[in-house]
Ligand binder design. Structure first.
Ligand SMILES: Cc1ncc(COP(=O)(O)OP(=O)(O)O)c(N)n1
Ligand SMILES: Cc1nc(C(=O)O)sc1CCOP(=O)(O)O
Ligand SMILES: [Mg+2]
Length: 574
């Protein structure tokens, strides 16, 4: 798309220049009230107290001009959904909220109707009064910077008219209309009286409408839609009703192994195909798709990209959710956040980090496994059987695909024994296999970034050799510290040895539990554990377990030794 370049200079911070690329239609979106909203650039929303010129160079005239894209102020893409509530939370407002959350966009809500609904069908509908819909719309739009409005169930002509009037008063960057008429269970959510106000008032304001086959057919006075060519013709006829884009969803097309949707923007047709996912859990796909399109538009994506991303998002969520069971009806909801299965399958009491898990910390080594001709899984199995209380996969030489496959297999083994599995260095592998956490060093991914990527529940360990690093690890949101090398080691090249004194100093400075590492084995583990600091919780060991003929025997020996110790009451007999 062609765009014009403007340079904004703020007199209040003369050193700052804002270079914005503004699509041509942005000029039509310049508002009164001293507020300029830049279409397709939602991260640059400027508030000014002075005048704005949209030609050439723009100078903010008065002191105090500020921008929400200042470092300290982050403009969040914002979708307002105007739709009905689904008590079963598969569709409607609830689906919209989840889709926007999954796409990382803020979502506010105007509720038009409250439905009593589940996976069997719609048992009741109570529409919200037109005045109260108007009040909700005004509350949100007069205060919050909404980028995109998405509509779902609009149960009366009056509500549609109020929406159109309010949008003229409070224009937004884009309007996504999902012309909801019939629920997936076949229940009518908006009667035929709505058709004319859709066609005459709402559609001409829309940036995109997203009817399914039944809705497209109803909007075209009952025309039969049975082939992809029919979808194209329908898209063209609906486009003539005024929206800038039409997406006709062909999910219900008979005789098609693919899910085919047609997007038409007045110039081009886009045929969007994806394999049909066999699942009962399709309730709310229409709402979610439209919300996701709105979310991507709010982020600044162009329409074709927004639709493609949205379609891929829904497919991914459907595929992930194809086996989940919620409700007894024919059509179940799906999991927008791709989190439910992991939780329900992963109930091994591993959710919370337990510092006592650090007692016998087994760290694998790809070279040692190769040398002794064993697979990672065999090594891990033996260590766990011998008494390892936590396992770290430290596979420095493994190819990514091999590493991922081994990690998945090891995760199963660990979880079947209630033992957490951490991944050394590789956040991507940890994410991909949903490991329990990661261990990172001072030159790896910073712990605070790992925390952002992995979320609050995963375990994060950080290698520290100094009190300052220990302090930082705590600030960064780590769960434990690995401190070493306590003794010289051949396992890690050029490793600095901190000795027992260094270990003690770090432990005393650390608010986190500590595991000692480096040159530790049966012969010296007791001495290490006897340094007398309560937050030293165990020993991490590589070669003393894995550079040995029998991993099981060595782990048992070390486990027995640690179990016999009861230093300051911190170690208990296992
Ligand atoms: C428990 C534990 N402590 C320290 C380390 C070392 O991590 P790092 O410094 O990142 O070095 P590498 O292991 O990546 O070579 C560890 N892995 N585990
Ligand atoms: C991986 C690692 N990190 C260390 C640190 O000092 O942070 S020492 C080390 C190697 C530990 O292997 P072994 O038990 O064979 O000595
Ligand atoms: Mg590392």
């Amino acid at each position: 798309m062609a765009s014009s370049t403007f340079v904004f200079t703020s007199s209040s911070s003369a050193s700052r220049h804002y270079l914005l690329l503004i699509p041509p239609q942005a000029s039509a979106k310049a508002y009164t009230n001293n507020k300029l909203r830049v279409s397709n650039s939602p991260s640059f929303v400027l508030r000014t107290k002075g005048s704005i010129h949209l030609q050439g160079f723009v100078a903010m005239q008065e002191k105090g001009a500020s921008t929400l894209s200042d470092d300290s102020k982050i403009k969040i893409p914002h979708v307002l959904t105007v739709a009905g509530s689904d008590s079963g939370a598969g569709a409607g407002i609830q689906a919209d909220l989840k889709a926007c959350a999954a796409r990382r966009v803020y979502c506010s809500t105007v509720i038009t109707s409250v439905t009593a609904q589940n996976t069997v069908g719609v048992q009741g509908v109570s529409n919200v009064s037109e005045d109260f819909v108007a009040e909700q719309l005004k509350s949100v739009l007069s205060d919050m910077q909404v980028d995109v409005v998405k509509t779902g169930m609009l149960p009366s002509v009056g509500i549609v008219k109020i929406l159109c009037k309010t949008l003229r008063e409070f224009p937004v960057q884009a309007l996504v209309v999902d012309p909801v008429m019939v629920s997936t269970s076949g229940d009518v959510l908006a009667g035929p009286s709505i058709l004319s106000v859709f066609r005459e008032e709402l559609f001409p304001m829309a940036d995109i409408i997203t009817p399914n086959l039944k809705e497209a057919s109803a909007l075209l006075d009952g025309v039969q839609l049975e082939t992809v060519d029919d979808l194209r013709s329908a898209a063209r006829l609906l486009y003539d009703m005024g929206p800038k884009n039409v997406l006709v969803k062909g999910g219900d097309l008979p005789d098609s192994s693919d899910a085919v949707d047609i997007l038409f923007n007045g110039d081009n047709f886009y045929e969007l195909r994806s394999p049909r996912i066999k699942t009962r859990n399709t309730h709310g796909t229409g709402c979610s798709l439209a919300s996701c399109i709105a979310a991507e538009l709010a982020k600044g994506y162009l329409m074709v990209s927004a639709v493609k991303v949205a379609k891929r998002f829904v497919e991914t969520a459907l595929d992930y959710s194809k086996d989940i069971v919620i409700g007894n009806g024919l059509q179940g909801p799906f999991d927008h956040l791709l989190r439910l299965k992991g939780h329900s399958q992963d109930c091994h009491g591993l959710q919370a980090f337990n510092p006592s898990d650090l007692l016998l910390y087994a760290v694998t080594d790809s070279e040692m496994n190769k040398k002794w001709g064993r697979s990672i899984t065999d090594a891990v199995k033996a260590a766990i059987e011998g008494g390892a209380t936590i396992v770290q996969l430290r596979e420095k030489d493994a190819e990514t695909q091999d590493f991922l496959e081994s990690a998945k297999a090891c995760l199963k083994i660990c979880h079947s024994h209630g033992v957490p599995l951490l991944i050394n260095d590789r956040i991507d592998i940890a994410l991909a296999c949903d490991a329990d956490g990661v261990h990172v060093g001072q030159s790896d991914m910073p712990a605070h970034v790992a925390r952002t990527l992995l979320g609050p529940e995963k375990i994060i360990g950080v290698s520290c050799k100094t009190p300052e690093q220990a302090q930082q690890a705590w600030v960064d949101g780590a769960d434990y510290i690995g401190c070493g090398g306590v003794y010289p080691t051949n396992t890690k090249e050029n490793n600095i040895t901190v000795g027992l004194d260094g270990l003690k100093t770090v432990c005393m400075a650390s608010k986190l539990p500590v595991v000692a590492i480096g040159g530790i084995g049966v012969s010296n583990a007791r001495i290490v554990m006897e340094i007398g600091v309560p937050n030293l919780k165990g020993v991490a060991v590589v070669s003393a377990l894995f550079d040995r003929e029998c991993v099981l025997t060595e782990t048992r020996k070390l486990h027995a030794m640690l179990s016999e110790s009861n230093i300051d009451g911190t170690l208990k007999k296992l």
